[in-house]
Design a binder for this molecule. Structure first.
Ligand SMILES: [Cu+2]
Length: 153
C-alpha cells in the first residue's frame, strides 16, 4: 500500500520536476535600464521590489554610450542566483554564468538577464554604479524584498 502511495506521488510530481529542470519554472520578467541613450546617469526604474520565493528574470540593459555597473552588495546576499545570461544583439544567449553575483558591468548597447529567487527580506537595499563618479551624478537606486516565502505560487 505504501509503495503505491509513493508511486502515485512520484507520477504526480514528475511533471513539476521536469518543468523545473527545463526552464527553472516560469520567471517573472522585470526590466531595468542602466543609463539612457542621451547619457543620463540614472537607473530606470530606480526603485525595484521583488517578492520572496518567486522566480525572477531581471533584464538589465544599457542603452547608453557608457559602460555602467549594476552593483547590489546587500541585495546579492539575500537572493539565490540561478544564473546570469549574457545576451547578444540578436537576443540569443552568448554565455551563462553560475554562482553568486554581486556586481555586473554592462557595456554600451548590451544586455544581461539575471535569474534569481529572492530569499531574505530587505528594505532600501542600495543599488549603485561605481564607475567613475556616476553614483554622485545620480546612478543610485533602491531594492526591496518583501513577502513571505511561497514556493510554487
Ligand atoms: Cu554608471
Amino acid at each position: 500500500m505504501r509503495m503505491i502511495t509513493y508511486l502515485v506521488l512520484f507520477f504526480f510530481a514528475l511533471p513539476l520536476f521536469s518543468e523545473e529542470r527545463k526552464h527553472g519554472g516560469k520567471a517573472i520578467e522585470v526590466k531595468v535600464e542602466a543609463g539612457t541613450k542621451d547619457g543620463k546617469m540614472v537607473f530606470i526604474p530606480n526603485d525595484l521590489t521583488f517578492e520572496r520565493g518567486k522566480h525572477y528574470k531581471l533584464v538589465i540593459s544599457n542603452p547608453s554610450p557608457n559602460a555602467h555597473y549594476f552593483s547590489t552588495d546587500a541585495f546579492a546576499t539575500r537572493i539565490y542566483t540561478r544564473k546570469i545570461e549574457v545576451v547578444g544583439p540578436n537576443g540569443k544567449a552568448l554565455a551563462e554564468v553560475y554562482g553568486d553575483i554581486h556586481d555586473i558591468e554592462v557595456f554600451p548597447n548590451s544586455t544581461v538577464e539575471w535569474y534569481f529567487y529572492p530569499m531574505k527580506k530587505g528594505k532600501n537595499l542600495k543599488l549603485y554604479c561605481h564607475k567613475d563618479n556616476h553614483e554622485e551624478m545620480g546612478m543610485v537606486g533602491t531594492i526591496n524584498i518583501v513577502g513571505s516565502l511561497s514556493f510554487g505560487k
